[in-house]
Design a protein around this ligand. Sequence first.
Ligand code: PMP
Length: 327
Amino acid sequence: TWQEATGWTGPPRLGPFGPLTISPAMVGLHYGQVVFEGLKAYRWQDGTLAVFRPDAHARRFQRSAERMAMPHLPEEYFLQAVDAFVATDGTALPAGDPALSLYLRPVMFASEACLALRPSREYTFLLMGFVTGGFFSDEPNPIAVLVSREYSRAAPGGTGQAKAAGNYAGAFLAQQAAVDAGCDQVVWVDAAEQRWIEELGGMNIFFVRGSGPGATVVTPALTGTLLPGVTRDSLLTLARERGYPVSEERISVEQWRDECRSGLITETFACGTAAVVTPVGRVVDGGTTWHVGDEKPGPVTLELRQALIDLHLGWTADSHGWSRLIS
Ligand code: PMP
């Protein structure tokens, strides 16, 4: 059980940020039995501290842990850690500043000293965090992306849908290639056929087909090899509520290119806890480059982005129960 594996019965202990003591033979260090989350707290204009959908992050953390043969962290413990951290460090946030948030990084790692290839019998759970601005600029400036055809992030049956440390290790070279090509991010395609769009390095991806009120909001279906983003889920709900038809479907890089060129796809954006909603303006795929729309943030992108930010900052009523208020 969780208690046997960690010895933790709560309440969480708060301490200063500093080095950890680990064994050189720690399982997590050698074999990557490590899962984590990334979520944010915001400070509203009236001073209220609000964490965005920590319950959804707690459940994804549990699913990630399950895939990595790690113990089930009860949701209430996850939330206790979030609450305790935000109640103390959240006070460093200025009220109502849309540019700043408190980024929270819960992590659980296999802390037993053992070089045998089996799941650890000891685990450490900790949560760190820091005040941060947006991942990209706070203005919705479009980014450029590079399609990775050489490397893949996740294979069928692998750990792609888990927020596991190893998924990111495999991505460093591809992300480096994106930067070398003058791009901000890598676009992952499926490992089997190397053509179905999955996600970006640390974000999910959306497309807008058509324009005006009849526009359709499209995102790759959850195939088991991409991360089910909490932001992705929130935006699907917000798009539906605004009357846009939404579609979770397979979309290939070739379709993306051709539909951008024919004007059928009018917008593309990335989304995630860190990136919030960030427009994609230019795509590089080998020797081919194409633009999305006129390379400026599109109206649907901006509308959904604002709807999400309004909820983060408590500017609109929280009809979904997504904000956890910390006192
Ligand atoms: N995909 C990957 C690979 C990610 O690391 C993230 C960030 N957690 C996302 C998508 C977006 O997920 P979320 O909206 O839950 O932050």
